[in-house]
Design a protein around this ligand. Structure first.
Ligand code: GAL
Ligand code: ZN
Length: 667
């Protein structure tokens, strides 16, 4: 992809000057310069101010903002401003308001209150894009365009009549004729057969479980509808502007409804928003996973962290603030994992509105604060890291991820509500993180050559071609591991018959005749000393070696963990939900078999990642522990300028970024 060129690492955040009197603006620019800010996103929620009444645009204030920023040497990521329509739109066109599955209307007064399929919204928003882009295409401050904001964050599923009609069009496109739809949806069941397209609706609140394939298709359709807004805005922008175009994705384990692999081709650079689950003491694992996944969506290219927080957010139940040093560790962990820019929501903490308790670069208390001092420190750090821009991240391991598998596995009426898509992903990822091994998180159709180990957690829905690709990877000498409830259905959510895990049965050399999900809280033991919960299954081997079996629970003596040599490689199956120590042991064995080494041998709690540009490499070391740690490295720490020859010492909570000396052939 690589269609963007920054100069050094971008640093800044969302800037909402319209919420402040003009006299604050010059202080803003002065503080931005002090902090080393070089990029701000402007205008994201400005539609109501830019177009106060339909068709009448007011740009004077934005002219002054952009000129001021430019005068201060601050570059701008300019929003198309379409993220949230002004109240006048809903008044003039109530049919643009979104509806929930039960028919309730989502009213204006918050944000993003529009039906994603509304032609009226589309037309009005494109009028705005035309006006904004027409005015600022040549403005010297503008280096990037920011389409909408977090498309689909609050309005991804709309069940209104307009959306119903758009859903039918989408289905006609997918299936061509009704017979094919009836077949795919399995409508012979429960008297659901459709005789006319007009009979089909979104899966609105029904007396009992709605048709699963109807639900799955509605999820696909909804992601596509959001993507269509991105594509329409980008298409128009491309006729008016020359700067790169992006929109902020929300790649993580929280938001699940946008299939960003399919969106990646619609942006010039991938950018992402990430917020810690503050209550989780291991939240830095979730951060790393999100960053590795964003890089996977970007096809391995550098990406931009469009938003994260300097400290607390406002929208979690208990908004835990960041302790001293955490801001730096969090931001640099994103850079370690491929971000070439670190931006925040938002520049100045708001006085009013629902986000007034959200942290910012400039807190309510002003610049003489821990947060602003850390912001200035980070600005200096990022300046010192300029040379890593454009480099990529070393990874020998891939984890397969598919939004459709996520959607499918979490539909209703399944064997156990305790099977959650992110669960095994997070468990395996955590074990790799603790082992100091970086993974790319990629779509199952990604090119797997070059990886040594591929993990497939809970890949419930899988296409034939993707299952084949995993088999070829193993035959060619790779190591693969598949966890329970994978390979179960095809793209129509129809069971693959003949025994589970359908698509992977042969590769794994096993078949399962029946699932035995466990009761809430129930645990089982394995004969290798592991414990497990949630899931067991009546598994038979067809060539696989048994590594561990149950000693109790519903299936004593039945295999739980197997290994199958295939071609030059091996395929492992994990038939139960292993506890954390057992998952760590499993991953250690897999890494050993695949011949994968960590970026550096580091003590527990120390994050190590390597970025590379040809022969040049940078080792990021982030010490999340409360003790000083030592590990072996040779080179120069870009953050301190200090040399380390053989041994690197990183104090508690600190970060080092070592430009490694080229390896000398001593052997
Ligand atoms: C994001 C959003 C920002 C702000 C932020 C608060 O979802 O894009 O506008 O609301 O969250 O954490
Ligand atoms: Zn709608």
């Amino acid at each position: 992809m690589r269609r963007w060129q920054g100069d050094g690492i971008y640093f800044g955040g969302d800037y909402n000057p319209e919420q402040w009197p003009e006299r604050t603006w010059s202080e803003d620019v002065e503080l931005m310069r002090r902090a080393g800010v070089n990029l701000v996103s402007v205008g994201i929620f400005s539609w109501a101010l830019l177009e106060p009444t339909p068709g009448r645009f007011e740009f004077d204030w934005l002219d002054r903002v952009l000129d001021l920023l430019h005068g201060g040497g601050i570059q701008v990521d300019l929003a198309t401003a379409t993220a949230s329509p002004p109240p006048w739109l809903a008044r003039a066109h109530p049919e643009t308001l979104p509806r929930r599955a039960d028919g309730a209307i989502l009213w204006p007064g918050g944000r993003q209150a529009y039906c994603p399929s509304s032609p009226v919204f589309r037309e009005r928003s494109l009028d705005l894009v035309r006006a904004v882009a027409g005015r600022y295409a040549e403005h010297p401050a503008v280096v990037m365009w920011h389409v909408s904001n977090e498309l689909g964050c609050h309005n991804v599923h709309c069940y209104c009549d307009v959306s119903a009609e758009a859903f039918r069009d989408w289905l006609r496109e997918r299936y061509g004729d009704l017979d094919r739809l009836n077949d795919a949806w399995g409508t012979a069941f429960w008297s659901q057969r459709y005789g006319d397209w007009a009979e089909i609706n979104p899966p609105r609140t029904a007396p009992t479980f709605a048709n699963p394939t109807q639900q799955l298709d509605f999820l696909r359709f909804s992601s596509d509808e959001q993507r269509a807004q991105l594509r329409a805005e980008r298409k128009l922008l491309k006729t008016l502007v020359s700067q790169p175009v992006t929109t902020n994705f929300m790649i993580g384990t929280g938001i699940k409804h946008m299939d960003y692999y399919s969106w990646a081709g619609d942006v010039d650079l991938v950018s992402n928003d990430h917020y810690l689950t503050a209550a989780d003491p291991q939240a830095h694992l979730g951060l790393a996973l999100s960053a590795d996944h964003t890089r996977g969506v970007a096809g391995g290219d550098p990406w931009l962290l469009m938003e994260h927080s300097t400290s607390a957010v406002n929208w979690q139940p208990r908004n835990v603030a960041k302790l001293p040093g955490q801001l730096r560790r969090n931001s640099l962990a994103h850079v370690a994992r491929g971000a070439d820019g670190v931006l925040f929501f938002q520049w100045r903490a708001a006085r009013a509105g629902a986000e007034k308790f959200h942290s910012a670069l400039v807190p309510h208390a002003g610049a003489d604060t821990k947060v602003f001092r850390e912001v200035c420190q980070l600005g200096a750090d990022l300046k010192a890291l300029a040379e890593v821009r454009g480099s990529r991240v070393d990874a020998d391991v891939a984890i397969l991820f598919d939004w459709e598998a996520w959607w499918g596995v979490e539909l209703d009426s399944h064997p156990s509500v305790d099977v959650r898509y992110a669960d095994r992903l997070t468990a395996l990822y955590g074990a790799l993180w603790r082992a100091g091994v970086t993974a790319d998180i990629v779509h199952p159709s990604a090119d797997l050559t070059g990886y040594r180990l591929v993990l497939a957690p809970t890949l419930y829905l899988v296409r034939d071609a993707d299952a084949d690709a995993l088999r070829r990877f193993v035959e060619a000498g790779g190591t693969a591991a598949v966890t329970y409830f994978s390979g179960i259905v095809d793209s129509d959510d129809h069971i693959r018959l003949g025994g589970y895990p359908g698509a992977f049965r042969e590769l794994l050399g096993i078949h399962t005749e029946e699932f035995f999900p466990l009761r809430e809280g129930e645990q089982v033991r394995l004969d290798d000393g592991s414990t497990a919960d949630v899931w067991t299954e009546w598994l038979h081997t067809d060539g696989a070696e048994v590594l561990a079996s149950y000693t109790d629970g519903p299936l004593p003596g039945v295999p739980a963990l197997t290994r199958h040599p295939v071609g030059a490689g091996t395929a492992w199956y994990v038939g139960t939900r292993l506890d954390e120590p057992a998952t760590d042991r499993l991953v250690a064995r897999l890494l050993d078999e695949a011949g994968v080494a960590p970026a550096a041998q580091a003590p527990t709690g120390v994050e190590v990642v390597r970025r590379r540009d040809g022969e040049r490499t940078w080792l990021f070391v982030i010490n999340h522990t409360e003790a000083e740690v030592r590990l072996s490295a040779t080179g120069t720490d870009l953050l301190t300028g200090a040399r380390c020859a053989g041994v690197l010492t990183v104090p508690a909570g600190e970060v080092a970024v070592i430009r490694e000396d080229p390896a000398t052939d001593s052997a």
